[in-house]
Design a binder for this molecule. Structure first.
Ligand SMILES: Nc1ncnc2c1ncn2[C@@H]1O[C@H](COP(=O)(O)OP(=O)(O)O)[C@@H](O)[C@H]1O
Ligand SMILES: [Mg+2]
Length: 184
């Protein structure tokens, strides 16, 4: 399978959902000027203790024997290491978690972003009770979508209503087009 950052984003957001978050912030920042791609996933879920965080970020601990190799945190760590970046996880039990991954934008091993529109759309419509704030920056151009704003306007109509699903897709697609990312 072709590794794509959007699939890592899906997995990391699913971690937040598993941690009972009801608000998940996803910030994707392509700073082409400084040649850095960064990703932040922040949630208000149950969090993790220090020891646990150390264990999942420590590259010298082989997690492969005890945990499946997938798209999870060890995989993101592999990517950031390979692409001259870093992975920083800060978490507070009972408060939430913030994961920051950075990599050299032009690095030969930097995975493509992939179908981020479908990933964000899927997260939103499959989890209508969870709020998402997605921000995508390409240098100075910014697109953002905030489900709290959509809910305020929609009132009783749910985010997974068929017409709302379509409108969300249009918003994402046209928003990405405006920041010059329609074909990824
Ligand atoms: N946002 C988060 N909030 C709380 N715990 C988390 C979060 N992300 C990851 N974790 C913890 O770290 C573990 C490892 O995550 P991950 O590498 O994605 O593997 P997996 O999801 O397959 O268990 C999770 O099982 C969970 O216990
Ligand atoms: Mg996971």
């Amino acid at each position: 399978m072709m590794p794509e950052l959007s699939l890592n984003i899906l997995d990391l957001a699913e971690n937040s959902i598993s941690a009972q978050a009801n608000f998940v912030e996803i910030i994707l920042d392509e700073n082409i000027k400084d040649d850095i791609l960064s990703l932040v996933i922040r949630d208000n879920g149950k969090g993790m203790g220090d020891e646990f965080v150390k264990q999942i970020t420590n590259p010298f601990i082989t997690t492969r024997k005890t945990r499946k190799v997938g798209l999870g945190i060890p995989f993101v760590k592999q990517i950031t290491d390979l692409c001259e970046g870093e992975l920083v996880i800060t978490s507070e039990p009972g408060q939430g978690t913030e994961l920051k991954a950075s990599m050299k934008h032009s690095h030969i091993d930097r995975p493509p972003i992939g179908d981020i529109v479908s990933v964000i759309h899927t997260l939103i419509v499959l989890n209508p009770h969870i709020d998402f704030l997605f921000i995508y920056k390409v240098d100075n151009n910014i697109y953002s979508i905030d489900t709290r704003e959509w809910k305020a306007i929609l009132d009783v109509v749910p985010l997974n209503d068929m017409n709302v699903q379509k409108a969300l897709k249009v918003d994402l697609l046209s928003g990405l087009k405006k920041i010059g990312r329609s074909l990824i």
